[in-house]
Ligand binder design. Sequence first.
Ligand code: 5GP
Length: 112
Amino acid sequence: MTIFKKIIDGEIPAEIVYQDEHCLAFRDVNPQAPVHILLIPRKEITSMAAAGPEDHTLMGHLFLKAAEIARAEGIEANGYRVVVNTGQAGGQTVHHLHLHILGGRALMWPPG
Ligand code: 5GP
């Protein structure tokens, strides 16, 4: 079981900023920007690479909610970044699909 599943189940506390029947968003414990939120599906999908055709609607839902959350957090006007680290070289450390929503400062490109 991943740490994110424990957050979904309420076994570990998190600062939740949005939730619905399909997903949950909470502040990253180690923020890399003034606003750093993790948006995860309630469904246990290990990574973006593990999502399948059955997740078509869910994946769209996550991206649309990421935009809504960014707007609610006040980072839409200046711009923000949504990142999905995938696999080892992608820097993924928690094996439950998650979108990082980052904003509140100018972000560098290319990423490290
Ligand atoms: P990844 O490296 O897999 O893309 O991102 C995992 C993220 O989860 C990291 O940014 C890390 O700070 C965050 N994280 C890990 N454990 C916890 C936790 O228990 N609570 C919260 N809120 N964030 C966590």
